[in-house]
Design a protein around this ligand. Structure first.
Ligand code: SAM
Length: 455
């Protein structure tokens, strides 16, 4: 058992709480004797625990487990020695199958209680490898002499401090193995206090590390970075360093200049997606493929149909849809991603049936939506805030111009539930099916997919 795992001890006389469920942040939820709810970090469904936390008279309390009086049969020893301190994962103490079941329950509760909707049937959860899956990550960097130099890693739980960690099991092993060497590299640079972040992007052909630099490198810094890359690059894992002096768009390749390009493939749809290391891509390529397969099956795109891909990013879904022969109209807030989507369409010979537009979908009105032209079907894949304005902009139940099918991919059950409520109770759709995809194993993040059909 790791140092961070609370001790399992026999009951004593101090107040204890029965945990009734685990919430969307991975906290155990129980009820105090006075009826108030308590959220307890580190507690699992069915457990009886003691906790420490600030006592409060508010509607709820928050705390952290100190003793487990009755342990869940699904409690396991976390694999990572930094679990409990590092904020990257919050569910490693729960058996993997139980993590999936917990996420499914979070989705069910959100749809039922927040959206007042229930699907006709539930989908089996999508899951895949649970370690080394994280192909994109933003690591923080801090010079902390008291802790031995440079910290490179995720933030500590609910804190602005960077966690001390020398490995990470959810990053691909070649990147995890680099953490100590990265910390040593930064320590030896003149700008060790002006390098706050390293962004990681991994593809099959190359791993890119983007150093966010707040001042120019000296010639000596440049030599050290080149030597670092040359020392750690291998034929199986080519490494490339990029520098980012300002915003994400300012990133440029530094060394080596002839590295392979970042791309991922969606073989089933004969599509290759080039991407930049600071651009949004799904972090878990395996689950992205499974989710894609499911989304495409639900959408059932047909040649000649006109399909809207809302929040299309770099065209992750647009190009497979276009591959089916349908006409795709992708809308995305970032102009840089729209350019990338257009380039990718050309790269895959799909420019003829794709069109992309930059627009702020958080501000879309019914008039602006109508001006996009009519859609047979929609795919909606918003950020955590959801797509309430877009959903409200659809014609109401009984009015013409409603897409016959909507596939909604969500990274936050609460906003999916809110938007589903509008689709079902105002816009005249039926929630046919829904389910989760374990896109972020060992974290509490819940990715889900839902299919709505026009009544
Ligand atoms: C969850 S990602 C999905 C991207 C894409 N569908 C994919 O699978 O890679 C959400 C996308 O919404 C975009 N976005 C965020 N806010 C937006 C807004 N207000 N209007 C339009 N797009 C927005 C982001 O840039 C991002 O590309």
């Amino acid at each position: 058992m790791s140092e961070n795992t609370p001790s399992i001890q026999p009951p004593n006389a101090s107040p204890s709480v029965l945990i009734e469920s685990v919430d969307h942040e991975g906290q155990g939820v129980g009820r105090l004797a006075d009826g108030r709810v308590v959220f307890i970090e580190g507690a699992l469904t069915g457990e009886v625990v003691e906790y420490s936390g600030k006592r409060s008279k508010d509607r709820f309390e928050k705390g952290t487990v100190t003793r487990i009086l009755k342990a869940s049969p699904f409690r396991v020893t976390p694999e990572c020695e930094w679990f409990g301190v590092c904020g990257g994962c919050s569910l490693q103490h729960l058996d993997e199958a139980a993590q999936v079941a917990t996420k499914q329950r979070v989705l069910e509760d959100a749809l039922r209680h927040l959206g007042n909707v229930t699907p006709d049937h539930w989908l089996a959860p999508l899951h895949g490898p649970t370690w080394g899956y994280r192909r994109r990550a933003r690591l923080s960097v801090r010079f902390v002499p008291k802790k031995g130099g440079i910290l490179v890693g995720f933030h500590e739980r609910k804190s602005r401090y960077v966690a001390y960690m020398t490995s990470c099991k959810i990053l691909p092993p070649p990147i995890s193995d680099l953490l100590p060497a990265l910390s040593e590299l930064v320590l030896n640079l003149s700008l060790k206090e002006q390098l706050p972040q390293i962004e990681v992007a991994v593809s099959d052909a190359v791993s890119v590390l983007v150093l966010r630099i707040m001042q120019p490198l000296t010639a000596e810094d440049e030599d050290q970075i080149r030597a670092f890359v040359d020392r750690h690059t291998t034929a199986r894992h080519p490494l490339q360093i990029w520098l980012q002096p300002k915003g994400p768009d300012s990133a440029y390749p530094f060394h080596p200049l002839n590295a392979p390009k970042l791309t991922y493939r969606l073989d089933e749809f004969a599509v290759e997606m080039p991407f930049g290391p600071t651009e949004f891509t799904q972090v878990n390529f395996g689950i992205n493929q499974s989710l894609m397969r499911r989304a495409m099956h639900m959408l059932d795109a047909q040649p000649g149909e006109r399909i809207g891909d809302m929040f299309c990013g770099l065209g992750n879904f647009s190009l497979p849809i276009a591959h089916s022969g349908a006409q795709v109209f992708g809308v995305e807030g970032s102009a840089a991603l729209v350019r990338r989507a257009e380039e990718s369409a050309a790269h895959n010979n799909l420019s003829g049936n794709t069109q992309f537009r930059a627009a702020d979908l958080f501000k879309i009105t019914p008039e602006a939506f109508a001006a996009l032209g009519s859609f047979d079907k929609l795919l909606i894949d918003p950020p955590r805030d959801g797509a309430i304005e877009l959903v409200k902009a659809l014609p109401d139940a009984g009015e013409p111009g409603r897409p016959e099918r909507i596939v909604y991919i969500s990274c936050k059950p609460a906003t999916l539930a809110r938007d589903a409520s509008v689709l079902v109770h105002i816009k005249g759709y039926r929630l046919v099916t829904a389910g989760i995809a374990n896109m972020f194993p060992h974290t509490a993040h819940v990715e889900s997919i839902a299919l709505f059909e026009r009544l």
